[in-house]
Design a protein around this ligand. Structure first.
Ligand SMILES: [Mg+2]
Length: 397
């Protein structure tokens, strides 16, 4: 059993603690409001294992304290599971959270872990817990009057960013148009999907992308665990000549030793994290998988608390902490870390549905400077896509 450190980094724990906000009564959670949206994508997006995505689901949670202060968190899916996440929030968490100290972020996180443990330990429960945790961090940062990255002790409010395409069904011309378009928009890194039935076609697309973007643009590939270990070893060798920074999820994310075999056989740097949902899974991955990059997603690994715990483990292992998905939030997290790596600019455009979209300056993603997470949803535009939700206690605005 590998050693684990479940504690938050000191600076983060101090920022969000029951002592940091005054009288406990004022800080009691009085309301939990849940909204579920199904947001259409501009075009159907395809990867190697999840099939076609015509829309993404967005589940938001707004928590209101007795003193009227509020925070909003959220999670998302590729189009399946949103109703179940909203149901866990409504039936299993909302009532249970009423009366708890809303600034005791780590305490609430631990409560939820054990409250849902028997049916949890990842999966749908992890997504629901993450949304609540993000809401409480938003609340803590708003009350502190600080942008999240600053609350977390970040020294600069920006980070490296790459464009992550869900482009396996793109024709070769569409693929080249997508990556060169990203470079023209200012991205200094691009990632494409691989995992087609024919490895020669995959390798040809990888070579074509490298030729199109030139040698100065950072380039990653992502198989969404479509390959066997042996196939991934052959693929890594074929892709290596195109100068890839990492090979993401070449094989099953649960097969930590399979990852290690691929790394040992090829020397190609490996990345994963989007399908690891508990700190224990991350611990095993750090210990066994010979990863070069880790990509936790705060929407499914216990929220910001979970993401920070992974970041602390990554620092101990000398691995840059990157991110998967919801870049409008992760920009603040990656920017807050001394060992922050590359943030993915994800193809589910959640940021197109918020009031202050993320900007790119000099090839870097710039975190919001407003207090909180800076992720304020445009509810009017989202309203036609609302497909569910519930409200328990006082509804915040
Ligand atoms: Mg991926």
């Amino acid at each position: 059993m590998p050693a684990r450190n479940g504690a938050l980094p000191k600076r983060a724990a101090a920022a969000a603690s029951p002592q940091s906000g005054g009288g406990a009564e004022k800080l009691a959670i009085r309301g939990v409001a849940i909204d579920l949206y199904a947001v259409p994508l501009a075009r159907v997006l395809v990867d190697a294992k999840h099939g076609s995505h015509s829309h993404f689901e967005l589940v938001t949670v707004t928590i209101t304290l007795a003193d009227g202060s509020t925070g909003t968190g959220y999670t998302y899916t590729g189009g399946k599971g949103g109703h179940a996440i909203a149901a866990v929030l409504e039936h299993d968490l909302a009532e249970a959270l009423l009366g708890k100290n809303g600034l005791d972020v780590e305490g609430v996180s631990d409560f939820i872990e054990w409250h849902l443990h028997y049916v949890g330990r990842g999966g749908i429960a992890a997504f629901a817990a993450s949304a609540v945790d993000i809401a409480l961090w938003d609340l803590a940062a708003r009350r502190a009057g600080l942008p999240l990255w600053e609350l977390l002790g970040g020294e600069r409010g920006d980070c490296r960013v790459y464009h992550g395409g869900i482009d396996l069904a793109f024709t070769r011309d569409e693929l080249i148009g997508s990556v060169t378009g990203a470079v023209e928009r200012g991205f200094e890194g691009v990632k494409i999907k691989v995992g087609l039935p024919d490895l020669a076609t995959d390798a040809d697309r990888v070579r074509a992308v490298r030729a199109a973007i030139g040698d100065d643009v950072t380039f990653m590939v992502d198989a969404n665990y479509a390959m066997s270990v042996d196939r991934a070893i052959a693929a890594a060798r074929a892709f290596a000549e195109s100068g890839i920074l990492w090979f993401e999820e070449p094989t099953l994310p649960d097969d930590y030793l399979g990852f290690a075999r691929i790394a040992d056989a090829t020397g190609v740097p490996l990345a994963m994290g989007e399908n690891l949902h508990t700190i224990h899974e991350f611990g095993y991955a750090f210990d066994q998988a010979k990863l070069s990059y880790i990509q936790p997603d705060a929407s499914n690994c216990g929220g910001i608390t979970g993401w920070l715990r992974v970041a602390a483990l990554a620092e101990r292992h000398g691995i840059p902490v990157c991110s998967h998905g919801m870049h409008e939030l992760h920009v603040s997290l990656v920017a807050s870390q001394r060992h922050g790596g590359w943030m993915e600019w994800h193809s589910f455009p959640i940021e197109a549905w918020i009031l202050d979209p993320v900007t790119l300056v000099g090839g870097r993603a710039v975190a919001p400077t407003s207090p909180g997470t800076g992720v304020d949803f445009d509810r009017k535009r989202l309203a036609p896509h609302r497909i569910g939700g519930a409200s328990v206690g006082t509804r915040g605005v």
